[in-house]
Design a protein around this ligand. Structure first.
Ligand SMILES: Cc1cc2nc3c(=O)[nH]c(=O)nc-3n(C[C@H](O)[C@H](O)[C@H](O)COP(=O)(O)OP(=O)(O)OC[C@H]3O[C@@H](n4cnc5c(N)ncnc54)[C@H](O)[C@@H]3O)c2cc1C
Length: 388
């Protein structure tokens, strides 16, 4: 945490989630000049402190698989490089299909993942039961499994990124909301925060579920929509589940922590946008427990310890938005990460930093760039495999 902001920074990053912090770290390593991160709440108050910790490389598009693969390698190195251990446990991810359409989706994923050289396995129901003892297999038609996928604890990762950025001189201001973006002649001039102006030629929108709101504060219309997602943790029980399990039919995802709690969620309908009100709903608790007990009948007596919610930042094609906005020079997007921004963040934030530095990245602008939403009717490369 830092005292008063300077009058001018080389780069201002809005949002102290994992994306903003990693981006600050990479920029500071590159020696960009003074960098500030403004965070409206506290570190991890956004989705970065509310997620399921899932890390997977099973995706429908090769571009996402490539990022995920790089991110997995980075998470493995994280304790050594950052001095904090998020306990990345590579127990695999197991996707369950209960219909021909879901099997076909897993086939598409398998083709993409194997083309990238990853040893994805297709499992029959008996093999599923060996990986997930106690599971009910009568409706399962098949599954896909990749053993190098896994789960981590988000908080040590956030603290590691924060401390590393601070050591490199990044100023991080908490409880500091950016209320406006100043610009003139299609160029960013800085931000307003705490009633004062802070000048910067480059501003990064890493505001997660609030990124649409921040872009609008810069006068830009974007298609990002916040969507609320609920999640829970049960009381701990003896370890029995290594992989993260995902049931495609209802989007249930569940994994078991090292302490033995089951952590998981499933989507229940909420109005789009950031909505006031209690973070958890009875509808979610009912649907989540019914789905979990349907899959594991012997869990019926298990108690829920806590439940909470957070916001995805969704885009129409399920792909992130990374790069400078062509309508406003110096305004960079690092948002639209849906339900998978944490796992990909070591790889995506490196690209965000490169684009802020004016370097070319290996990201295809047609898939990741903000301009892809500016020509209506243009074909999009969608990523559909969204749960967990
Ligand atoms: C229930 C749930 C489960 C999930 N499970 C997974 C998972 O298993 N694996 C995975 O990879 N991802 C998962 N995700 C998604 C993941 O958490 C997000 O994609 C990721 O954390 C996004 O990080 P971020 O830094 O972009 O956003 P955030 O962590 O949301 O950070 C954005 C920050 O910006 C701040 N901010 C907003 N507006 C302003 C402003 N005007 N001024 C200053 N600060 C501002 C906010 O307070 C917030 O802290 C899940 C999300 C949820 C909600």
């Amino acid at each position: 945490m830092s005292g008063e902001p300077r009058d001018r920074y080389a780069v201002v990053i809005v949002g102290g989630g994992i994306v903003g912090l990693f981006t600050a770290y990479h920029l500071a390593r590159a020696g960009t000049g003074p960098i500030a991160v403004f965070e409206r709440g506290f570190l991890s108050s956004g989705a970065s402190g509310r997620n399921g910790g899932g890390v997977r490389q099973q995706w429908e598009t090769g571009a996402t698989v490539a990022l995920a693969r790089e991110a997995v390698a980075a998470w493995r190195r994280f304790p050594g490089e950052f001095g904090f251990n998020p306990y990345f446990r590579q127990g695999g991810y197991l996707f369950l299909a209960e219909s021909a359409a879901e099997l076909a989706q897993l086939d598409r994923v398998a083709a993409t993942v194997r083309a990238a050289g990853l040893p994805l396995e297709r499992l029959d129901p008996r093999a599923v039961a060996r990986r997930a003892p106690g599971i009910r297999t009568d409706r399962i038609q098949g599954a896909s499994y990749l053993g190098s996928d896994g789960t981590l604890y988000p908080f040590p990762a956030i603290w590691g990124a924060y401390e590393a950025a601070r050591r490199l001189g990044v100023d991080v201001f908490l409880r500091s909301e950016v209320t406006a973006i100043d610009s003139e002649g299609g160029r960013v001039l800085g931000v307003r925060v705490g009633g004062r102006r802070v000048a910067a030629d480059r501003v990064v929108n890493a505001a997660g579920g609030w990124s649409g709101e921040l872009s609008r504060r810069a006068g830009l219309s974007v298609p990002n929509v916040a969507s609320r997602h609920e999640i829970l943790a049960t009381e701990p029980m003896k370890r029995f589940l290594d992989p993260m399990l995902i049931r495609l039919s209802d989007g249930l995802y569940v994994s078991q922590t090292m302490r033995g709690e089951l952590v998981g969620g499933l989507s229940v309908p909420h109005p789009p946008g950031v909505v006031p009100g209690p973070p958890s709903s009875i509808a979610f608790l009912r649907r989540m427990s019914a789905s979990l007990v349907d899959l594991f009948p012997n869990l019926s007596g298990l108690n829920v310890l806590r439940a909470w919610a957070g916001y995805y930042d969704d885009t129409p094609d399920g792909m992130p938005v990374i790069g400078e906005d062509p309508r406003l020079r110096g305004f960079f997007h690092a948002n639209g990460f849906g339900g998978h921004g944490f796992m990909l963040s070591p790889a995506t934030s490196l690209r965000v930093a490169r684009s802020v530095l004016g370097e070319r990245t290996d990201l295809d602008p047609a898939r990741f760039g903000p301009a892809r939403f500016l020509s209506p009717g243009r074909a999009m490369h969608a990523e559909h495999l969204q749960p967990g």
